[in-house]
Design a protein. Structure first.
Length: 485
């Protein structure tokens, strides 16, 4: 089905071609079977203990400890566990769908690191185990799974000798600014073997990014056919082709030159810090085939550009190919600088924006993943904790965590009324009226005209029951995330 033995490539084929059937994965003692209806995963059977439905239901607090300990008592012949629990009145239909969605996501993400498993897809009829299909966002799983998996050299082999052309930008909101810029380059078809790794990408990240474009169906990948016989082209056509290639390589040289001061030798050659001698040598000769001064004809006026870039590449190779020089150079690579800190802050902001997009789409579990990553990259950011707490407050299993994160945001910015409003609404939804009143009043002390706090407090003073507060709790909460000026 796929020329690349990886779950990302299989998910692309299944999802974007609306396939119905079973995707099987086997590796050593691990065995999983995913069932799809028109490209959407609806069920998984797995022998990984932590991914079984009973474990998931307990983790999400859908079943009590006693039920979990005696889960086998609920199993009925020829009936899935979820259906047995639902028919027995232990869980509701909505609880089952939520657990199935979580189970499918966790089980799929768990195999993204493997390029050596046995994968196969069999088209067949599939019957849904629930009345309504679980909500599983396959493009999100592809994006998140690829970003956290360990790089594998199979990716570079997959794109060798391939041509890539832009297909669409439907999922460009998943991408960073640098990734979007790279995607735009394929609006003109590019032969990968002729491309230089962009200045801001390591070789590993470059091929991982190409694979992400491919799995999200944003690019067409085909076999490059760049050879030609003498009779196939006129002299003018050949000159035009040569001129186009020359101009493309000159643009790549300019891009590399602009980054010479900020890239270390490893980044310049496109290898990792632990690359061996053979990998360094191979990387150097690949670059030499493209950028050696002899590869540019005499019509080139800016010979200084070619010489400067190639000299830098040669210096990097000579330094890293000699053990003593490499050891001395490695000692000069100091700990993270301010530029590294700024880069982390930029990545955190991207994760935060992605999390907010997912929150606005009602994909709260997925939003939590991105927001926690943003906080890990740059901890001291009250806005991040506010949005994280709001996402957590939407899920019963995360209510306690939501309280903790609202309090953390308040601790970081005690002058910001939005944290108190969010926490007050959380308490109000849980029927904790005394706590809700305290925090809503605090918000009004800071910002007397805060309409949400005032409306919530007015409802609370009326003595409405918890069920009567539904409309209030569905008020527009977007102000909570507006940054104070």
């Amino acid at each position: 089905m796929s020329s690349l033995n990886h779950v990302g490539a299989f998910l692309k084929e299944i999802f974007f071609n609306s396939r119905t059937g079973r995707l099987s994965f086997k590796r050593q003692e691990i065995e999983k079977h995913f069932f799809f209806i028109k490209g959407k995963p609806i069920q998984v059977k797995t022998n990984v203990r932590s991914e079984r439905l009973g474990e998931i239901l307990f983790k999400l607090q859908k079943i009590q400890d006693q039920t979990f300990q005696n889960i086998e008592d609920f199993i009925q012949p020829n009936q899935p566990l979820g259906e047995s629990l639902k028919r027995g009145g232990v869980i509701k239909e909505a609880d089952l769908r939520e657990a199935l969605s979580f189970q499918i996501r966790e089980s799929l993400l768990g195999i993204f690191s493997y390029f050596d498993g046995e994968l196969s897809f069999q088209e067949r009829e599939v019957q849904s185990p629930t009345e309504e299909l679980p909500a599983v966002d396959v493009p999100f799983i592809i994006d998140y799974g690829l970003r956290r998996m360990k790089y594998n050299s199979s990716l570079q082999k997959f794109f060798a000798g391939r041509k890539i052309a832009l297909k669409n930008i439907r999922y460009a909101y998943f991408l960073t600014d640098e990734e979007k810029a790279l995607l735009e380059r394929f609006s003109t078809p590019q032969v990968i073997d002729r491309m230089a790794v962009p200045a801001r990408f390591s070789q590993e990240n470059f091929f991982r990014c190409l694979y992400l474009f491919y799995c999200l169906d944003m690019v067409e990948v085909s076999t490059a056919d760049t050879s030609y016989r003498k009779d196939d082209y006129s002299s003018e056509s050949r000159r035009k082709l040569e001129q186009d290639e020359l101009e493309a390589r000159i643009e790549e040289l300019k891009e590399i030159k602009s980054q010479l001061r900020t890239r270390n030798h490893y980044e310049l050659l496109g290898v990792s810090r632990v690359a061996n001698e053979e990998e360094i040598k191979k990387a150097y000769f690949n670059l030499a085939r493209k950028y050696h001064p002899d590869r540019f004809n005499t019509a080139l006026t800016d010979h200084g550009l070619v010489n400067e870039v190639f000299n830098a590449i040669t210096t990097a190779y000579r330094t890293l190919s000699e053990s003593d020089k490499r050891k001395q150079y490695d000692q000069q690579l100091v700990a993270p600088s301010q530029e590294t800190a700024d880069d982390l802050a930029r990545k955190a902001e991207i994760k935060y924006r992605q999390g907010r997009t997912l929150y606005n789409q009602g994909m709260y579990e997925e939003a939590i993943i991105f927001l926690e990553e943003a906080i890990r990259l740059k901890r001291a950011k009250a806005d991040y904790y506010l949005l994280l707490a709001m996402a957590e407050s939407k899920l019963p299993a995360y209510k306690k965590k939501a309280e903790e994160d609202f309090l953390r945001a308040i601790e970081m910015e005690p002058w910001n009324a939005e944290g108190y409003v969010g926490l007050g609404l959380l308490y109000l939804g849980e029927g904790l009226k005394i706590k809700a009143r305290k925090h809503l009043q605090k918000a009004l002390e800071i910002e007397p005209d805060h309409h949400q706090a005032r409306a919530a407090l007015a409802e609370l003073e009326k003595g409405e029951k918890k069920t009567g507060l539904k409309g209030l709790l569905e008020l527009d909460l977007s102000k909570i995330f507006k940054k104070k000026k």
